[in-house]
Write a protein that binds this ligand. Structure first.
Ligand SMILES: O=C[C@H](O)[C@H](O)COP(=O)(O)O
Ligand SMILES: C=C(OP(=O)(O)O)C(=O)O
Length: 510
């Protein structure tokens, strides 16, 4: 526990305030030792030589998609407060995730990462957390049955609050131009200029909500539901279309228990490992939650040796860098290269092989397995053409990565009436193309990444098998604060389709 206690803060709010980089303006002056925040006892001094990483070295680089706080002193005070708070997740857990991701990279496991596009303060409730957790477990059970593989469960939850946007401003219903909504950790989604002023106290609220969500997720993971509950949930979400699958899972369970194996008592079912993730977008928040600690502090009360310590971001087990902020010489890549967590890198259709190799080298110079997940989001059409050169380059360079498919972000369309939506057909097409391209190239599909909600009756994405959402029905229950999510039934359908593709793959390999 002692290893998580931070050293007394060295920073002064006023000296830090003028040095912050905002919205891609030119890089601020380098911080001085006295001005740099410290996040852990005996942490290396936060005063790097040029090119050396430190917890705050990102502040020397242009940082895109960052809010401009009207009161920088208030922000610095909040950062200091957060840097003294307990971690949200523990590095020992994060290290276990890396081991599982390494297995996914080798084809011995598969990753399901999913959850809200943007968590909000208003929609936070027992129901919302439980719905996402239960959906993920139902998907995992169907996918494990179909694929025969362990499925690594990562929620976009307990921290997915900051949103990058394409436009600086948006129009209100009455035609006023106001700053675009960038997530509840920054400001309110209310459509007024006043509501959109960034408020640093929201970082504290996001931290507290994440802690409460994690508390609930840990409790849910420990208080096992019976297998019957999970197959019931698959039936409820999947309807008639999945009846056959549910029967097969139930038959398999009866067979296993007739053989004397107690599935219910098995640790994998009793306490499923569940990990959290979000986009590491709001860098002051991510820095404040980063600690110089050992992944496995000594249980005998002594401190871990300095050599076993490293920088861990404790805001989530895994964080990713988004399509809009992954420039090699910018702040986000600089921050991420120094932390020990697994890192996701979103790659869109314009990504060139040379760039991908460069960012892999920058973020993972030792080529550690399980460290990097490349999250491909190219669109149903482009993935056929754009993914193969990336797969070939990474294979030829011998780089370890987990290839994941995000079939959501490049398949967004607007209806004639201006509603942002995503057709389930396109999502399925991109995912199927992802599996087919891997099969053709002899590479390993390692995961899928979905924006989804466990709430069954949400109407944000078009189509879906069992009870398709029509364009007209989008207005019935559209709740997302940013991008459209798959509802519970649609998300289960996509997961089952992925499970089937994995099964084909393992049959081919036998
Ligand atoms: O979730 C991802 C992005 O924040 C989102 O797609 C941005 O949407 P925009 O293009 O409407 O700004
Ligand atoms: C912003 C996101 O994605 P991307 O960076 O791929 O657009 C996201 O996943 O929330």
């Amino acid at each position: 526990m002692a290893a998580f206690l931070p050293a007394p803060l060295l920073s002064t709010a006023s000296s830090r305030a003028h040095q912050r980089s905002v919205c891609g303006r030119s890089a601020p002056p380098r911080m001085t030792a006295a001005a740099s925040p410290s996040s852990g006892a005996e942490a290396p001094s936060a005063l790097p030589d040029d090119g050396e990483w430190a917890i705050d070295s990102w502040r020397r680089f242009p940082a895109l998609q960052q809010p401009v706080y009207p009161d920088e002193t208030a922000l610095a005070e909040v950062e200091d407060r957060l840097s003294r708070n307990p971690p949200l997740v523990f590095p020992g857990e994060t290290e276990r995730l890396k081991t599982s991701l390494a297995a996914a990279g080798r084809g011995e496991a598969f990753v399901l990462q999913g959850g809200d596009c943007a968590e909000t303060f208003d929609d936070f409730s027992t129901t919302s957390v439980e719905a996402t957790f239960r959906l993920l477990i139902a998907q995992v059970i169907a996918m494990s049955y179909l694929s025969g593989l362990p499925i690594v469960k990562i929620g976009r939850i307990a921290g997915q609050f900051a949103k990058p946007r394409s436009a600086l401003t948006e129009k209100t219903a009455d035609g006023q131009e106001i700053p675009s909504y960038r997530g509840d950790i920054i400001h309110s989604s209310d459509p007024s200029a006043e509501a959109r002023v960034p408020d640093p106290e929201r970082l504290v609220r996001a931290y507290s909500q994440s802690a409460a969500a994690l508390n609930m997720l840990r409790a849910l993971a420990k208080s096992s539901s019976s297998m019957g509950d999970w197959t019931d949930l698959i039936s409820t979400l999947g309807g008639d279309a999945q009846r056959d699958l549910v029967e097969k899972i139930e038959d398999a369970l009866s067979f296993v228990s007739a053989c004397g194996v107690a599935v219910e008592g098995n640790a994998a079912f009793r306490e499923p490992e569940f990990y959290t993730s979000h986009e590491a977008l709001l860098l002051p928040f991510e820095q404040a939650l980063t600690r110089y600690v050992a992944a496995h502090p000594s249980r005998r009360g002594g401190d871990a040796t300095a050599s076993s310590k490293a920088w861990w971001n404790t805001s989530a087990h895994m964080v990713w860098v988004g399509e809009r902020t992954r420039q090699l010489d910018h702040a986000h890549v600089e921050f991420l290269r120094g932390i020990s967590n697994p890192i996701g890198v979103k790659v869109g259709p314009t990504t060139e092989p040379e760039y991908l190799l460069q960012i892999l080298e920058r973020l993972n110079p030792t080529n550690e397995e399980g460290r990097i997940m490349v999250i491909v989001r190219m669109g149903a059409e482009k993935v056929w053409r754009k993914l193969p050169p990336l797969l070939r380059a990474v294979t030829a360079a011998g780089k370890h990565v987990v290839w994941s498919c995000d079939p959501m972000h490049e398949n967004t369309i607007k209806t004639a009436s201006g509603v942002k939506t995503r057709p389930v057909d396109l999502i399925m097409n991109e995912m199927n193309a992802f599996f087919s391209v891997h099969a053709a190239e002899g590479t390993v599909p390692g995961g899928i990444h979905l924006e989804m909600t466990g709430l069954r009756d949400v109407t944000e994405c078009l189509g879906g098998g069992e009870s398709p959402v029509s364009e007209r029905a989008l207005a019935d229950n559209y709740q997302s604060a940013c991008d459209p999510r798959l509802n519970g039934s649609q998300a289960l359908e996509v997961a089952i389709a992925a499970g089937r593709r994995l099964r084909e793959r393992s049959r081919r390999e036998k």
